[in-house]
Design a protein around this ligand. Structure first.
Ligand code: IDP
Ligand code: MG
Length: 141
């Protein structure tokens, strides 16, 4: 049951000084931080990370945005933390995300629709395993 998830505080969240607030919410929920780093992602890294979105209308803009500055990459651990972090994050579109969630409390539309939404969280155990391998290739299970 114990699982891991890959969380990113995206460049908008980093630029707005929200890394600490996101980590605070993860820790307050009870999940454990397993790995943590700051990196400005390469396009290759983002192509691997967002492979499921290649070819979509927002893909090029998304990669541009995600490579525009530092992100905080985090591996969290805990029973059902994949589902649990997605609940903490809220809906993809920050305008629609419920108050109480990271995106609902801290996010808004900045002119690019749902693009700038502060955080990423893995959506399945398969995605989590794949994504953790991209961001933390040396992390031991
Ligand atoms: P998720 O992050 O809630 O899992 P996904 O559908 O996997 O949402 O989309 C990945 C990311 O792509 C989103 O978090 C958001 O930054 C961006 N995105 C999704 N849909 C759109 C869109 O319609 N326009 C612009 N950006 C989008
Ligand atoms: Mg997703």
């Amino acid at each position: 049951m114990t699982e891991r998830s890959l969380v990113l505080v995206k460049p908008d969240g980093f630029a707005r000084g929200l890394v600490g607030e996101v980590l605070r919410r993860i820790e307050a929920k009870g999940y454990v931080l397993v790995a943590l780093g700051l990196v400005t992602p390469t396009r290759d890294q983002l192509a691997a990370h967002y492979v499921e979105h290649q070819g979509k209308p927002f893909y090029d803009s998304l990669v541009e945005f995600m490579s525009s500055g530092p992100v905080a990459a985090v591996v969290i651990e805990g029973d059902r933390c994949i589902e649990g972090f997605r609940a903490l994050a809220g809906a993809t579109d920050a305008t629609k995300a419920l108050p109480g969630t990271i995106r609902g409390d801290l996010g808004r539309d900045w002119g690019q629709g749902p693009q700038e939404n502060i955080v990423h969280g893995s959506d399945s155990t398969e995605s989590a395993e794949r994504e953790i391998g991209i961001w933390f290739p040396d992390l031991k299970s």
